[in-house]
Each structure stands twice: as structure tokens, then as C-alpha cells.
Design a protein around this ligand. Sequence first.
Ligand code: BG6
Length: 477
Amino acid sequence: MGFKNNFLWGGATAANQCEGGSSLDDRGLANVDLLPLGPDRRAISQGQKKSLTFEKDHYYPAHQGIDMYHRYHEDIMLMAEMGFKVYRLSISWSRIFPNGDEEEPNEAGLKFYENIFSECKKYQIEPIVTIVHFDCPVHLIEKYGSWRNRKMIDFYLNFCRALFERYKGLVKYWMTFNEINVILREPFLGAGLVFEPGDNEDQVKYQAAHHELVASALATKLARTIDPSNQIGCMLAAGDTYPYSCKPEDVWLAKQTDRKGYFFTDVQIRGKYPTYMLKYFEKNSLTIQKAPEDEEILANNTVDFIGFSYYSSKCISSEDGKYETTEGNLAVSLRNPYLSSSEWGWQIDPLGLRITMNTLYDRYQKPLFVVENGLGAKDIPNEQGEIIDNYRIKYLQQHIQEMKNAVDEDGVDLLGYTVWGWIDVVSASTGEMSKRYGLVHVDCDDKGQGSLKRSKKRSFEWYKQVIFTNGENLTYE
Ligand code: BG6
């Protein structure tokens, strides 16, 4: 009983939140570089405020990140010390193709990741690569309108080919798009979409989503052709939506809300558009342009595993405005009175992870992979300068326990678990450094000031023990 012997324990980051070095070695400008710290971030992220150049009075935290670009040796050593089996990271698209539409990749960009993978190999850490974690080269946004344009499929595949060929033998696990459903909630962050006056936003988003889904299926095909041992996953921002009450209208609304996410995985796992989505398009007069071959492409190239992020469940009511709302992972939810919250209002629901895993497994019967889960907190050092983050340990302990219950008691097939932000990184939603998830602290404040020195938090030793005992010993004092 318990987790499989080869359970993939590790941690996750995304290129734009940790690398820095944003203009080094010919890297091109990307949407993720243009998200400032401060109140404008959300409007830009949602595609409501166009901002394709830097504004003088803004601070852009992705430029420095935590400077992993220069410090990956030390960082991988820390992962090895914790006993990581896997490291989930993403590739910055504009490092490999600075504009996105070149024919040949940028050697310096390819070399950078090759060095990382070789370093991981030294410690038997297997990389899990998210091909696109919110990145889109700005040139593709300006010239083609990003994913609203079908040409993006070819640019993306060119990018994938460069990766699959170069990293054959070094990388086996791939995920095509991080939190693919985020395109509906944060379209600029998720897919480089900027709305123009007069746009039917739903039309633009679902057309772009169709292109991503076809691109994902073709990338899956390509990965298998180049190396049949490749394992390809989708990646969903998950977390079941609960009805606020047992009123049927609330239950129905919760189901409809979750379908906005399952639409993506239904296509990526079952290989076709679900009927509820076709009806939604019909009812809302949305016409998705599809090429004649798309149906076959989607049907024949479904994924091997289901990667997903889980931070919290959500809650919804059919009675508009009646209940208090709270923030969640790039989404607003009603505040669930049965749950506590993080300092950013994200609610804490460990059992929700087990529920979500069961929903996904009941629906698809495919191996699951929890590729993001963690707690963002302020982390104040004590007088000795140490961070005793028992609250984070508690969060992780409770979530891992529920994950174990899903495996042991419900029979869910689970490949692994990568804690989000195993090292402090820039927050995707707020741009803050002070929203820390790490088991390793990075000396850097919201404005990028600090030595960038890495130091272990208490959770570091705790997670090491969890990995060492393959999840058997979750205790902490
Ligand atoms: C997910 C993303 O949305 O949640 C990550 O895939 C992100 O990129 C993580 O960092 C946590 O969110 P935040 O906004 O607290 O950084």
C-alpha cells in the first residue's frame, strides 16, 4: 500500500517566474515579461489593457526572477539534497525562438536548457518539461494576434520539434500547455491574447483554445514519432467547484463551471469536443473555424497522463451577489465558511484534492500527476534568521495525506507530486516575491532588492523526510 516505489516526488517552477536573464543570449521579448508588479497587472493579464512595451513607472519582476539563469547549479544541488526524483520546469519559448516565427532555433537558448538537463542527470533527477507555461513571444502577438491565428500551430510545432529533437534521451515527460484552461480566465497571461474594441471575447478565446488543442494533439504525435518512449501530458488548473447549497440551481451552476475546465481535458483525453460544449457554442452563436483534418488529429493523439494543479476547491451560488467572495488560483470564488484561508484569501481544502482526484479519475481512468500544489505565505524569519514554516508543512502534510487516501482507499493511479515553487519565485497572479511558496527561501523583496541568497526553511528537512520514506512519514514536530 502507499505510493508506488517509483513515485515521482519533486518540485516545480516556471521559466518566467524564476530564470531572470530576460534579455540574455538573444532571448526575445515575451508576454510574461510585460506583466508589472502592482494594480495594472490584472488588467494586462486579462487582455483588457494592452501593454506590449515597458512603461517607465512600472517594475517588471520577471526580468530578474530569482536569477536561476545563473544559479541553476546551486539550485539543482538543493533539489538533489532533498532527494528529488523529478524537477518540473518550463522552457521560455522566446529563448529558443526569439520572435517565434524563425525557422532555426537560437543555439544559446537550447544550450541553456541542455545544461540544466545534464546537471539534473548528474543527480538522477528526471526533468518534467512544460513546453509552454504562459509564454508567448511578443512578435507573435503583434504580427499574428497570437493564438487567435491558426498559424500559431506551426510556430508552436516548430518550437516543439526543436525541443524533442535536441533533448531526446534527456527528457521523457512533457506537458504541452500549463493550465490550458487559464486562457478563458486570463487570456493575455495564458495565451498572449489582447482584445480589440468590438471583439466578441468568447469567440476569440474559444477559437484560440481550438488552435491550442490542435497544437497540443500534433505535438503529442510529433513527440511520439521522434521518441516513442516520450510520455505526454495535458495540464489543467483543477479544483472542483462546490455548490454553495444543495439547491439544484447551485448544483447545476457548479457543474457548468467545472465543464469550462473539463472541456479542455475532454478534448485532450477523450479526443473530441464534448456535446455540452458544442451546444454552448450554438446557444451563444460562436462559430469555431476548424480545418477538415482537425477531428482526426484530436481523435488520434490523446495524452498519456493528466497533469493538474490544485490549490483549492471553489464555491458557487446561483444567487448573485448574496455571499462574500474570495481570491483563488486566477479565479474568484465564494468564500466557503467551512474552510480557512491563506494570507491571500486562497482557501485551504485538503480533502478537496482527494475529491478532485476522484473526479478526474472517475472521468478519464488515466494516470494523474499532481504537478502543482503549495501554500503562498509571507514567511517572516525569526531572530536567528530562520524560517520555521510549520503552516506550510501543515498544508503540504494534509494535502499529501489526502492524495495518499485517494491512492490507497480509492485506487486512483497517481504518477507523482511536484510541490509548487519548491523555491521562492515571483508570483504569477500578483508579481510579488513576498507571496512565497518555497521550501528554500530566496533573499529578494517585491522590488527585486536583496542578495538572492538561498537558504533552507524548516519545510526543506520535512520534505526530504517525506521523499526519503516515500510518503510514509509525514509527521512534523
Ligand atoms: C498556477 C501557475 O496558476 O499557480 C503558477 O501555474 C503560479 O505559475 C501558481 O505561480 C501559484 O499562483 P500565484 O499567483 O500564487 O503565483
